[in-house]
Ligand binder design. Sequence first.
Ligand SMILES: [Zn+2]
Length: 341
Amino acid sequence: MELKDFGKKHVFMPDATRGAVRFLTTQQLKETGTTAIVTNTLHLLMSPGVERMEKLGGIKKMMNWDGIVLTDSGGFQVFSLIHSGKWKGKVHEDGATFKSPLTGDVYEITPERSIDIQMSIGSDILVAFDDCRKTDLTRKEAEISVDRTVKWAQRCKKQFESVYGGTKATGKLLSCVVQGANYPDLRKRCAEELSEIGFDGYNFGGFVVNDKGDLVLDEMAAVIENTPSDKFKYAMGVGKPEDIRRASKIGYKVFDTVLVTRNARHGTLYSSDIEGEVLRIGNAEYAEDLKPIDSRCDCYTCQTHSRSYVHQMLKVGEATGMTLATIHNLRYYQNLVQGLS
Ligand SMILES: [Zn+2]
């Protein structure tokens, strides 16, 4: 897929957090039909670090990946790690300062720094640094988050344009994150103010499901309705197959979720043969089942191995079991998004 066509058709991006989709080689990843991946700015910042990353020619060269790379801004991880108390750090008006639990080094991420790090990683699609917070925000908190997100997005765009020459000179895309928690009118305001600044794509930020696990469709629609129709729309962290179908109906084209690969490793596979699409391969009923995971799937796993083999390999903790399960789940999602109209 050409970068200029990104988001015109539906696309699902698996997470290659540290530069690999767990248990897959880059070749295996390509064979699932994956054309774009998400990598994690915060993790790559800490290891291998910006300097080494640049020396090695960026993430695409390191991975030998000729598809598209989207980098997150680093905001979501750093704020959730600080807010949950897992990491020592401080969120402030300019971003966040924190201590690496690996080395004890102190880092600061600001909007400008986030763009610089994403450029060093060699990203194709950058995400503006946003003020991402916990769920169930009060209106006041959500307003502060929106104001800060817009202000930081402005600074990111300025950095991208003044230091690097913007989309024109780099051929890269800069997207932004729309915040506003569970207040459709705040989502609308945030979307309008970000559209005023102008980005190549608009991402739905914060929590995309409510406490019942249902998509927050009103808030999601507010973002679609108040951003330019010719720019891509990315529903970050969506999600389950039926949620992807629902979000695509209201106009979202770009999706990612850690669930696909994480579920694979835990034996939760997807199959159109099963009602509800979920096949728990660890169940005893699959121990001697010689059928493929999904009779309609064209992936390596389904073409080559049975449910019983994947069941057994995962049961005894063989890495090959993880590989086979991950290949299948990714192919299932790629087939799912390709089938969306
Ligand atoms: Zn398969």
